[in-house]
Design a protein around this ligand. Sequence first.
Ligand code: PLP
Length: 369
Amino acid sequence: MRFNPTLEKIRNYEAGKPIELVVREFGIDESEVVKLASNENPYGASPKALEAIRENSHRASLYPDDSMYALKEGLARRFGVEREELIIGAGSDQVLEFAARALLNPQTKVLMTKVTFAMYAIYATQQGAEVVRTSCYRHDFDELSHLVREHDPAIVHICTPNNPTGDAVDREALYSFLEGVREPLVIVDGAYMEYAVYKDPAKKIDPKELIDRFPNVLYLGTFSKAYGLGGMRVGYGIARREIIRELSKLRPPFNVTTLSLAAAVAALEDPDFVESSLRRNFQEMDRYLTFALQRGIDYIDSYTNFITYLFDNSLSSTQIADELLKRGVIIRDLASYGINGIRITVGTREQNTIFFDRFGELLDGRSTG
Ligand SMILES: *Cc1c(COP(=O)(O)O)cnc(C)c1O
């Protein structure tokens, strides 16, 4: 067998560890395990979405509506765009993949911030493209502009708010950057945009305004985070119709299931659920800030449903992640991103209390030797 040589350069995406693994490996009871690793919505999904899944279960034997009419109609109304300016994926991840396949090959480059969503580099590498990164973990538009001129990338990734750091760019700063970048496709990933808008309207990137002003932008959104439908795999891309037309050529038929489409349509019709998730998220986020201050831990101000704690040299993020795992708390070690820190998804009140208790124990054990 001769596998594609590009595969040699690809590391598997390291998904958040499942609860089952902790139960199996450490013999901890499932009810004692807290998973704060994948930025899922800890409050579940809208009851209306769950009801739609049940109501549509009898349609499981039929292929879904491949035009995705109802969901496109819902999204078009929500954002004030046309159905032709929308593409739906099995998660926004799949739309990212379409974009990579549409534009990248071994002669091309992709530009991104030093620390950002791991899938950007994975899809780029799958296409044999070269990955160029900035030198700083925050979006530095001066450096990005400079690197666009130097490398002439086919795709530029802007993740705002950024995963795994949680910081977000200002709208005006993004717009002035885009004024000077007219050639590459700029992908603006708004997976956590609902959270950012709730916290600070200056961070709001409106997809309609974005594509009206800039013809070379693809905006991504997802139902996996604020909408609480991570298990249903639904995301979307918004761009000028010329871009959507090309990406659609790469979309496999029936890529989103009947139940997922029904859930997403219903979720759009329940803004109260999203609103209450956002409110509770930031109430609980405050406890993470207080904990960090009390313990002298550095953190990155977050516009999302997760927070990144940064450690000095006296602590190792990998050791902390391992020790927490043994205590039944799953969080994300950022060592593989070159950061001595951990990313914690903000959970429910009870989940967060368990995190503070067990992490506190761990820190106390350390300081008393
Ligand atoms: C979670 C996430 C996505 C996509 O998630 P899907 O479940 O595939 O929709 C995209 N970008 C970022 C930055 C994310 O954190």
